[in-house]
Design a protein around this ligand. Structure first.
Ligand code: ADP
Ligand code: MG
Length: 550
């Protein structure tokens, strides 16, 4: 037997769990079931890939058993299991961003009690109700199994065990204080039944429990019952699904403790049928701008889980969309490479994208404030689509919202801008820069604002990439920091001859710095400003390209 110390962060988290006074401790069961469900999915897929893998797929299930005398509760699955290294790696350290986020909230002194119950803290949540936890597991293909045990106080032990069946069993030795009333006794059949129903009903594997029933002859007998309906939520009629049920699915998929900002439940009819439940997060995931940040679409075929992170179903500019897509008639034996080329997948993807963009448009129309929140979190990501997905340019431009000189408290769409354009204005004016405060002080704005022209203020790096030579509804987008955007003509400038000598002198002094010095009517207060040539790369785009390694 070997003893290991927990990683410092884990110790911190465990202390939090052990001393938790949060009332909904029952989430630990949801976490264990969620892990078991993942393990069953993984075993199915692994044996699909490797025909020789030791695996029995005939009766994959989750089993809960309770012992009121010993005060133990066990959740067992016959899924993929874990090797010794995996147990150390997965259970002894914190790899998940969600958990790291919780810890940060703790350090920031946020109200932790309010957080924990809503938080997917995973395996460690067992220490809210148990003073000792034992995990016994054997991985498919491994000869020996592993026994892990801890009291959550700083260290855990690891042992090798022979003769284990495949899969994982987690046994909780329940704390005494939870015995007091039936509500908190997690060994009670009623309590278990209720908790499974509440959090895990949609899980697509059977969750079984053996219960005592009085037979007709008066003798008690054991019968095995399945506690969950296993009804795939996406296959049900949207009006029959409760908001909490959507939220449980969202939690199961994302480990995000916040409620999703928007839920889209759709059915694709026609040549290819599919069902989908998609979620838009309330906040940008922490890794959204990291290389390799992938979409969170789980692909099912006829209720059978095929893969997570199915990038082929969602373009990169919607990579924050999470959810499930269940395709009616796709081969079960698909690989990621095949999917990228598949006609059916492409057709589904087009419909999913349109639906997501349409529901964002609806949100903007019906609940501008909620949309504004979304856009400030994820607008930058959506705008990438203007560069990468010309097919979806128009619906993106319909919802894209920008800061503007019209109203410093709210954003505008291009359509709203165009509707306000005064007689005689031909182009949509914009200015790009590194931040809103910088842009607002730009001398370039003076002449335009003075003349009553509105200017869009674009400060996301991606703006530089799409706005160049763009148009909207036949109106060209024009940078006010570049050549042609001079207001009025040179001849309109009064007393030109007075300045001739000054311009000549400045041209000479600045010969190495600038191409030309000229008079302008675009400024009203500042004495001078720098203007780029029509097709120059702006300073911000230069930075952007340099950062991208070009
Ligand atoms: P998460 O499920 O969010 O990754 P958890 O703390 O719940 O975090 O679990 C950590 C990891 O331990 C899982 O990702 C999984 O790899 C492994 N694990 C947990 N329970 C099981 C199980 N029953 N069977 C196989 N692996 C498991
Ligand atoms: Mg988990």
């Amino acid at each position: 037997m070997e003893t290991f110390e927990f990683q410092a962060e884990v110790r911190q988290l465990l202390q939090l769990m052990i001393h938790s006074i949060y009332s909904t401790k029952d989430i630990f069961l949801r976490e264990l079931i969620s892990n078991s469900s993942d393990a069953l999915d993984k075993l199915r897929i692994a044996s699909f890939r490797d025909k020789d893998l030791e695996a029995d797929l005939t009766d994959l299930h989750i089993e809960i058993s309770a012992d009121p005398q010993q005060r133990t509760l066990t959740v067992r699955d016959n899924g993929i299991g874990m090797s010794r290294d995996e147990v150390v790696e997965l259970i002894g350290t914190i790899a998940r961003s969600g958990t790291a986020e919780l810890l940060k909230a703790v350090q920031d002194n946020t109200d932790v009690r309010a957080l924990i119950g809503r938080f997917g803290v995973g395996f460690y949540s067992t220490f809210m109700v148990a003073d000792r936890v034992t995990l016994i597991t054997r991985k498919a293909g491994e000869p020996a199994g592993v026994r892990w045990e801890s009291d959550g106080q700083g260290s855990y032990t690891i042992d090798t065990v022979d003769g284990l069946p495949l899969g994982t069993a987690v046994t909780l030795h329940l704390k005494p204080e939870d015995t007091q009333d039936n509500l908190h006794d997690y060994t009670s059949e009623f309590r278990i039944r209720e908790t499974v129903k509440k959090y895990s009903d949609f899980i697509s594997w059977p969750i079984r429990m053996s219960v005592k029933r009085d037979g007709d002859s008066g003798e008690a007998s054991e019968v095995t019952e399945t506690l969950n309906s296993m009804k795939a939520l996406w296959a049900r009629a949207p009006e029959e699904v409760k908001p909490e049920e959507y939220q449980e699915l969202y939690r199961h998929l994302t480990h995000d403790w916040r409620a999703p900002l928007e839920t889209v439940h759709m059915r694709g009819e026609g040549t290819f049928t599919f069902e989908a439940v998609l979620f838009l997060p309330a906040q940008a995931p922490a890794d959204i701008f990291m290389r390799g940040s992938s979409s969170g679409i789980h692909l099912y075929v006829n209720r059978v889980f095929i893969m997570d992170d199915c990038d082929a179903l969602m373009p990169s500019f919607l990579r924050f969309v999470k959810g499930v897509v269940d395709a009616g008639d796709l081969s079960l034996n698909v690989s990621r490479e095949i999917l990228q080329q598949d006609r059916q997948i492409k057709a589904m993807r087009r419909r999913l994208v349109r639906k997501v963009l349409a529901s964002l448009g609806e949100m903007r129309a019906k609940d501008a404030e909620r949309f504004a929140g979304f856009w400030s979190e994820l607008g930058r990501v959506v705008k990438e689509g203007l560069v990468t997905d010309p097919d979806h340019r128009d619906p993106i431009l319909d919802i894209a919202s920008f800061a503007s000189t019209h109203d410093s408290d709210s954003t505008t769409t291009l359509a709203e801008y165009v509707a306000r354009m005064p007689e005689g204005q031909e182009k949509i004016y914009y200015l790009t820069g590194s931040s809103l405060p910088v842009l607002k002080q730009s001398p370039h704005l003076e002449g335009f604002v003075g003349k009553g022209y509105e200017v869009l203020l674009l400060c996301d790096p991606i703006d530089e990439m799409w706005v160049e030579r763009s148009d909207f509804g036949g109106k060209q987008l024009q940078s006010i920091a570049k050549g042609q955007a001079d207001l009025g003509t040179q001849s309109e400038i009064e007393n030109q001859e007075v300045f001739t000598a000054l311009v000549a002198w400045l041209s000479e002094q600045l010969a190495d710095e600038v191409r030309e010095v000229r008079l302008t009517s675009r400024l009203t207060e500042s004495p001078a400003c720098l203007v780029g040539e029509e097709f120059d790369i702006t300073p911000m785009l230069q930075q952007y390209l340099r950062a991208a390694g070009q």
